[in-house]
Design a binder for this molecule. Structure first.
Ligand code: AMP
Length: 285
């Protein structure tokens, strides 16, 4: 059966109503399109939890800064629909900007203290934009489950906090990071990398993996993070942060650590790459 493509909130609700009335559960996978195997792994995970899977594709203007890549963000609607059909999605919601933010739209969801630093520091307003659009998508679709990738680890925590704080009745499921064979986390933005940058890019993962391994051996957090930053800079990255944080609160950790998340953001040329790994290191990359 082919995937249903709807563009308005009204059509979305009309399609979901009968499924819900017949007792079927619904899983939502929000995306910005230009889909790759990482996105599709979220769709497949959703099919394990829910009877029906909805994927949204919306490049959300309010989560991009004025000098960021909103206008150049890769878009491939036809390709995306074909991939989603194969991955088992039942419905694709592809609203345009006027549908999501009609004339006079003025309400914002503010994401709060989890966003004060890391990507929140480098991208002011980014997480408020994410929180606003995710709140809208959850209210439009009213899913039982929604799946988000650990690739955007800070975002995943923000969304878990958001649904808890606003009592939105949905279970948020975090999905592991899908990587290329050389370790580079899949990302729609990898398309921006030149061949030379693409060769260097896997060092981001290799470096934070080494930091996580050092931490597991008892190396102090500040020392391990500094060593990671140094390695990346030596390879040609412009490092935004290498940070070792509590995996639930994202609070900074120092000294030897037991449970942590190593998070990093770094530029290769104009492309900002992010990645993260768990401590203790899991074999599930
Ligand atoms: P995006 O289209 O970049 O907004 O991503 C949509 C969803 O896919 C988010 O929940 C991301 O965390 C997730 N995602 C992106 N890349 C990956 C990846 N390599 N592995 C797993 N999930 C990912």
């Amino acid at each position: 059966m082919s995937v249903i493509d709807v563009r308005t909130v009204g059509d979305l609700r009309n399609r979901l109503g009968p499924w819900r009335e017949s007792g079927e559960t619904i899983g939502l996978v929000p995306t910005m399109g230009a889909l790759h195997e990482g996105h599709l792994s979220l769709v497949m995970l959703a099919t394990n939890h829910a009877d029906r899977v909805v994927t949204s594709i919306f490049v959300n203007p309010i989560q991009f800064g004025p000098r960021e890549d909103f206008h150049h963000y890769p878009r491939d609607q036809a390709g995306d629909l074909a991939k989603l059909e194969k991955a088992g999605a039942d419905l694709v919601f592809t609203p345009d900007t006027a549908e999501m933010y009609p004339e006079g739209f003025s309400t914002k969801v503010t994401a709060g203290d989890l966003t004060e630093d890391l990507c929140g520091a480098a991208r002011p307003n980014h997480f408020d934009g994410v929180a606003t659009v995710v709140t809208k998508l959850l209210l439009q679709c009213a899913p039982d489950f929604a799946v988000f990738g650990e690739k955007d680890y800070q975002q995943l925590l923000v969304i878990k906090r958001l649904v808890r704080d606003l009592n939105i009745p949905v279970e948020i499921i975090g999905a592991p990071i899908v990587r290329e064979k050389d370790g580079l986390a899949l990302s729609s933005r990898n398309a921006y990398l030149s061949p030379a940058e693409r060769k260097i890019a896997p060092l981001l993962y290799q470096t934070i993996f080494a930091v996580a391994a050092d931490l597991a051996k008892g190396r102090g957090a500040n020392d391990a993070a500094e060593a990671g930053r140094f390695k990346l800079e030596a390879a040609g990255f412009r490092v935004d942060y290498v940070a070792i944080r509590d995996p639930e609160t994202l609070k900074p950790l120092s000294g030897p650590v037991q449970q942590a998340r190593v998070l990093a953001a770094a530029y290769l040329g104009r492309t900002r790459l992010i990645d993260n790994v768990a401590v203790p290191v899991s074999t599930n990359r």
